[in-house]
Ligand binder design. Structure first.
Ligand code: CMC
Length: 359
């Protein structure tokens, strides 16, 4: 019998080969198909970055993703009315998943990749408006992805600053190696299940507070602390109570998460918010100092979620939309991994160690 390896959390175990993205936890580097994240985020629109990530996966008719996503948004919008009665009962992200389940699916997974990514933007904005008693807004198929997302949400023309910040955010979180939700998508894909089921499962993994659910609690922390001079005491109490500071620490990075700085850079153009941003930075510094004291043997630096909370709050998103928005951007990454895994053809099936009673 071959000895199995016991690896809780699958830490340091490689279960797939990918051409999509690489996370170098020692150097603090994220590479998307040969380009560093800071050469893409803030420089490309969401569609351009998705095109870069999906190289070789797109149909010839999809190479200009702006109209392809636009048509797909209109298609998804047709499902909104029927699902509207459930919007008040479900969280935004659960309603988005319901939306995915209601769509008719193509035989070609590349078409599904486009349609499901676009649909999530429609379901996020529609769910939010329905929850607030507002009418969902029909997508503009000719608009850019970020612009239309903001338009569908607020019902007014977004300014350039907000569109740029949205593009920067969505590109920054597009793909990130074999994180928990991407792994989930690949596990489902490895059974040769369909794209929709993979994305639906991935959303479930994403919404947990140790993964994509962290930025809401980050904002709670910043607001609870209020004044930076109160930060040391607040943080000390949290750590002494055995709680984790959200927005810090990472399974792979042993240095600062490069995405934190890409998002922090995006705050520079929001000059009318300088005070709030400076406050958040002071709280970050207090947290880093405290974490160093509490866990001197483990590098616990800022991760993407800290500045996700600061940036999205700055452009008018409330915390209930942070994780749903993460799902919109990451869905394009999940979709690419699903196609890659489906062609890899190997079932992912680890083992567990039985520690129950013997016969
Ligand atoms: N605050 C305080 N202590 C921490 C933190 C934190 N944020 N993160 C890790 N630790 C401690 C942890 O308590 C443990 O201590 P001990 O060995 O005494 O039990 C030690 O550091 C190692 O933690 P771990 O949970 O074994 O490490 P992990 O690699 O499984 O955890 C993590 C990674 C992201 C789940 C963790 O750092 C964490 O819970 N961070 C806060 C939640 C967060 O910000 N999540 C977003 C992650 S980035 C987005 C993404 O890519 O998904």
């Amino acid at each position: 019998q071959i000895a199995a390896i016991h690896a809780p959390g699958l830490e340091n175990i490689i279960v797939a080969e990918t051409t999509l993205s690489h996370v170098d936890g020692q150097k603090g580097e994220l590479i998307l198909r040969g380009k560093a994240i800071d050469d893409i985020a803030g420089k490309q629109s969401f569609e351009e970055a998705v095109c870069h990530l999906w190289q070789g996966l797109l149909l010839p008719s999809q190479t200009n993703l702006t109209p392809a996503f636009g048509t797909a948004r209109l298609k998804a919008f047709q499902a909104v009315e029927q699902l509207a009665p459930l919007a008040k009962e479900l969280s935004v992200i659960d309603w988005m998943r319901l939306g995915l389940d209601s769509l008719t699916i193509d035989e070609d997974e590349r078409t599904n990749a486009v349609e499901l990514t676009a649909a999530l933007a429609v379901f996020l904005t529609s769910a939010r408006r329905l929850k607030q008693g507002q009418t969902p807004i029909t997508p503009d198929p000719e608009a850019g992805f970020s612009k239309d997302l903001l338009f569908m949400l607020h019902g007014s023309e977004p300014d350039k600053e907000a569109i740029d910040a949205m593009d920067r955010y969505l590109v920054t979180i597009l793909d990130h190696g074999l994180n928990a939700s991407t792994f989930t998508a690949r596990v489902v894909a490895s059974t040769l299940s369909d794209m929709r089921s993979c994305l639906s499962a991935a959303i479930g993994a994403l919404k947990g507070p140790l993964h994509g659910g962290a930025p809401g609690p980050v904002l709670d922390m910043i607001e609870d602390i209020g004044e930076p001079k109160k930060a040391d005491r607040w943080i000390e109490q949290e750590l002494n109570a055995g709680n984790r500071l959200m927005g810090f620490g990472h399974r792979v990075y042993r240095v600062r998460d490069p995405r934190a700085d890409v998002l922090k850079e995006g705050l520079k153009s929001l000059t009318h918010l300088t005070d709030r941003i400076e406050k958040a930075q002071a709280i970050e510094q207090a947290a880093l100092k405290a974490l160093k004291r509490h866990k001197p043997d483990r590098v616990l630096d800022t991760n993407v979620e800290f500045y996700t909370a600061v940036l999205l709050d700055a452009i008018g998103f409330d915390r209930t939309l942070f994780t749903p928005l993460f799902a919109v951007g990451r869905s394009a990454g999940w979709a690419a991994h699903v196609i890659e895994q489906q062609s890899a053809g190997k079932l992912i099936r680890p083992q567990s160690r039985y520690i129950g009673p013997s016969i």
